[in-house]
Every structure is written in structure tokens, then in C-alpha cells.
Design a protein around this ligand. Structure first.
Ligand SMILES: Cc1cc2nc3c(=O)[nH]c(=O)nc-3n(C[C@H](O)[C@H](O)[C@H](O)COP(=O)(O)OP(=O)(O)OC[C@H]3O[C@@H](n4cnc5c(N)ncnc54)[C@H](O)[C@@H]3O)c2cc1C
Length: 407
């Protein structure tokens, strides 16, 4: 049976960043990444590419180009982790031994959580799209560029999800695109959210409430899409609170809809018994929120979307977690398990909010919504510089520095 010092499950943002940092800091450690996909995706670009505002070349690179030098790549899928035996089982039948394991397989977008959604997305002519489906980005562009007016619905689901601001971001971009096309005056826009505010942290929520009000977008708070009736082009919504149930809103007719489905932890985590047993993070990886070490197995860590952590799931967060995990693992190899782990994650994440084409706000937050702004400017003010940063500079930093463990 093959064995390695460090095995990393997933060659996404967290997995590649962690691998690069471990190799830089401890070159003698053997590091293997297990990843089935032939391409690595820079997902923050999805929103801009769907809206036709970013060059599609930013979106993907061959996996072989991003696997850090000196690391091995096994092109397979992990089916289960046997933590008691320090081994993982691959779907191809092989077993791999590890001394330390980083679990970074991201999350699963649960398209089935909304009845009718898979059929609506797969039907090229049906006016429902989602930027959470890589194969649907072109459909978004086509539907919005051909739209001639009517009711457009955008939605956000409940539960943990990656880039929780993505549904708001794409809606603001769509609003501007419809204005440019001259059809906004004959369009009603509705945003459906299970929550009672537009963002989890008050100051940012206030800014977005004002943006949405000025744009004349209606918000249906405390409701979630449960079902799509394709034939009648109707969304069935469910209330998320008692108060909302009293309003008795059951359906919305749509001419065009952008739907964000619920998301869930990869099934393999619960099957491997490494998950939170209950609560909001049920089935997500159960790691210490600071060291990112598994609560039971000291040689297992998690980074990225898979971790059950009370912070927003973003690439920025995944990068920061990878840094902490890499340093703690290298320390374990050098000093053994007795000494306390040196690096602590403060929950740092950044989930950009777009207020118009050309301006962005950066909610840089830590645990409990603590402001952790790296830029010494008022974080609630939309800025042109942050638009340039997100659309031009950040993709270059991502491919050339972050994935190489240099940033
Ligand atoms: C539309 C959209 C907009 C976004 N916008 C932003 C943004 O503006 N800013 C931001 O910071 N973040 C944004 N994000 C979120 C960000 O992309 C993710 O949070 C980030 O990619 C998480 O990194 P990860 O490594 O945990 O998962 P991923 O990058 O998704 O990688 C997981 C990898 O694991 C592999 N894998 C899965 N299962 C297995 C298995 N069983 N065995 C082996 N390998 C497996 C997958 O193939 C994949 O390559 C956005 C995401 C989307 C979809």
C-alpha cells in the first residue's frame, strides 16, 4: 500500500494553497493531492464571467499546472476515510496511508434541494439559471441579454453556503445590465431570502438595503424557494418564520429566475464519522475553530468549505485556513503531538458585495462578525479601487502567488 507524510483530499483553493505552503516550509515531507478533476476553477470569477464583465481565461487552468512542484497527484476520488487506520479508500479501489491528512473537498451544491431545479437548469430554453452550476454561466448571459421585460426573481437559500453574497452580487450586476439594455423600466425584480436582513453584519446590511431600495428591487424576506413548477413558470416559496407564514405568500410567477440552491457537506465526511453530529453544522467537518485540527483525530485537519466553522465560506477564507493548517502540520512533524499547535485561525474571510458595475464593498470579517479590515478605510463605502482589485488584480494574485503559497 502506498503511503505519504501528508495526503490532501481536494485540489481546490484550500488543498493547493496548503500543499504549496507545506512544500515551501518542509520540502522533505512527501505530499500527495487526491483530486479527480482535470481542471482547477477560480470560482470568484463565475459571477463576473456570467455577467460578461471578465475574461473567461480567468476561470480555469489544467490541474497539472497548479499542483505545486514536488507534490504528487493521484487522479481519483476519495470514497471514505478510515481515521482509526490512518488510511483513505479511493473509488478506484486503492487504499492510501497517511501520517497527516488535510480534508479539503469543498462542498456539494444540492440542486435536488429544490424540486424541479435540475430540470429547469438543464433545459436550455427554460428561463431559470444559476451561477452555482459551471455549465450554466453561458445560459445566464443568454437569458439576460435576450430578456425583454417581466418579472425576474433572484433567490438565496438557508443553511451554510459558499460565497453567501453571490446571489446579491449577480442580482445587482443583472439590474445594471437590464438598465443598459433599456428594459429595466418594464421589469419587476424580486429578491427572495430566508433571512430578515440582506447581510449577516449590520453595517453591510444597511448599505445593501439602501442600494436595493434605490434600485426599486422588492425583497421577500423570510421565504425560501421550495419548488419550481416549470410548466406554469411559478416558484413555490416556503416561509422560514411563523410571522412570515401569516402573510400566506405561496407562489411567485416568473419570466426569468436566478436560483441559488442549498449546499451540503460531501457525504464522505459523515460516512467517515468525522462530522458534527448535530446543530447548524451537522454533517460538516468537526474541527477546532482555531487550530482547524479534528476534535478527535490529531493528525487530521480541515480547510475550506468543508469545515463546519462559524464564518462565511469563501476562497479568501479557504486560503487563510490553508495557511494555518500548513503551519500546524509542519509543526506536528517537527515537534510531535505534545506541544500546543502554534497557529490559530481568527475566522478571517471576505465576501465582496457589489453595489453597481464598477464599485465593490469588502466585508472582511472574523468570528462573531468582527471587522478585520486590512485596508485602513471605511469598510462600508463602495469603492472603484475594490472593483479593479477583484476583477483585474485578484485573479492574477490567485494564480501566480496564492496557489504557489507566496501570499
Ligand atoms: C458563484 C461563486 C462566486 C464566488 N465568489 C467568491 C468571491 O467573490 N470571493 C471568495 O473569496 N470566494 C468566492 N466563492 C467561494 C469560493 O470559490 C470557495 O469558497 C472556495 O473555492 C472554497 O475552496 P475549497 O478548496 O474548500 O473548495 P473548492 O475550491 O471547491 O475545491 C474542492 C476540490 O475538491 C475536489 N473534491 C471533491 N470531492 C472530492 C473527493 N471525494 N475526493 C477528492 N477530491 C474531491 C473537487 O473536485 C475540487 O477540486 C464563490 C463561489 C461561487 C460558486
Amino acid at each position: 500500500m502506498k503511503g505519504f507524510d501528508v495526503v490532501i483530499i481536494g485540489g481546490g483553493t484550500a488543498g493547493i494553497c496548503a500543499a504549496a505552503r507545506i512544500k515551501r516550509s518542509s520540502p522533505k515531507l512527501s505530499v500527495t493531492i487526491i483530486e479527480p478533476s482535470g481542471n482547477h476553477f477560480y470560482q470568484p470569477a463565475f459571477t463576473f464571467i456570467a455577467a460578461g464583465l471578465m475574461n473567461p481565461q480567468h476561470i480555469a487552468r489544467p490541474m497539472s499546472d497548479v499542483i505545486p512542484e514536488g507534490c504528487a497527484w493521484i487522479r481519483d476520488t476519495v470514497s471514505v476515510i478510515d481515521a482509526e487506520q490512518n488510511q483513505i479508500h479511493l473509488s478506484g479501489g486503492e487504499k492510501i496511508l497517511y501520517k497527516a491528512l488535510i480534508v479539503a473537498p469543498g462542498l456539494s451544491v444540492d440542486f435536488e434541494s429544490i424540486a424541479g431545479l435540475p430540470d429547469a437548469l438543464n433545459d436550455r430554453r427554460h428561463p431559470v439559471c444559476s451561477i452555482y452550476d459551471t455549465t450554466n454561466l453561458k445560459k445566464f448571459s443568454e437569458l439576460f441579454s435576450q430578456f425583454i421585460g417581466g418579472t425576474v426573481v433572484f433567490s438565496m437559500p438557508s443553511g451554510p453556503l459558499k460565497c453567501p453574497s453571490a446571489s446579491l452580487k449577480i442580482m445587482i450586476l443583472a439590474d445594471d445590465l437590464l438598465r443598459k439594455a433599456g428594459v429595466r423600466e418594464v421589469t419587476r425584480m424580486i429578491y427572495v431570502t430566508p433571512y430578515s436582513s440582506l447581510f449577516a453584519v449590520e453595517g453591510f446590511s444597511q448599505t445593501m438595503t439602501e442600494v436595493v431600495r434605490k434600485r426599486g428591487i422588492d425583497v421577500l424576506f423570510e421565504h425560501e424557494i421550495a419548488k419550481i413548477d416549470l410548466r406554469n413558470q411559478t416558484l413555490h416559496v416556503a416561509p422560514s418564520t411563523e410571522a412570515a407564514a401569516q402573510r400566506n405568500i405561496k407562489t411567485i410567477k416568473y419570466d426569468l429566475a436566478h436560483v441559488t440552491p442549498r449546499m451540503k457537506a460531501p457525504q464522505m465526511i459523515a460516512e467517515s464519522n468525522l462530522h458534527h453530529q448535530d446543530g447548524y453544522f451537522q454533517n460538516w467537518m468537526n474541527v477546532d475553530p482555531q487550530t482547524l485540527q479534528h476534535q478527535k483525530f490529531i493528525n487530521i485537519f480541515a480547510a475550506g468549505d468543508v469545515a463546519g466553522l462559524p464564518t462565511m465560506k469563501t476562497a479568501t477564507g479557504a486560503r487563510a485556513q490553508a495557511e494555518v493548517v500548513a503551519e500546524n502540520i509542519c509543526f506536528l512533524f517537527k515537534k510531535g503531538a505534545q506541544a500546543p499547535l502554534p497557529r490559530k485561525y481568527d475566522g478571517y474571510t471576505c465576501c465582496p458585495l457589489i453595489t453597481e458595475i464598477g464599485r465593490i464593498i469588502h466585508p472582511e470579517l472574523g468570528y462573531e462578525g468582527k471587522l478585520l479590515s486590512k485596508i485602513p478605510l471605511n469598510p462600508f463605502v463602495p469603492r472603484k479601487s475594490l472593483w479593479v482589485y477583484n476583477t483585474s488584480l485578484l485573479p492574477k494574485l490567485y494564480w501566480n502567488f496564492m496557489l504557489k503559497g507566496l501570499l
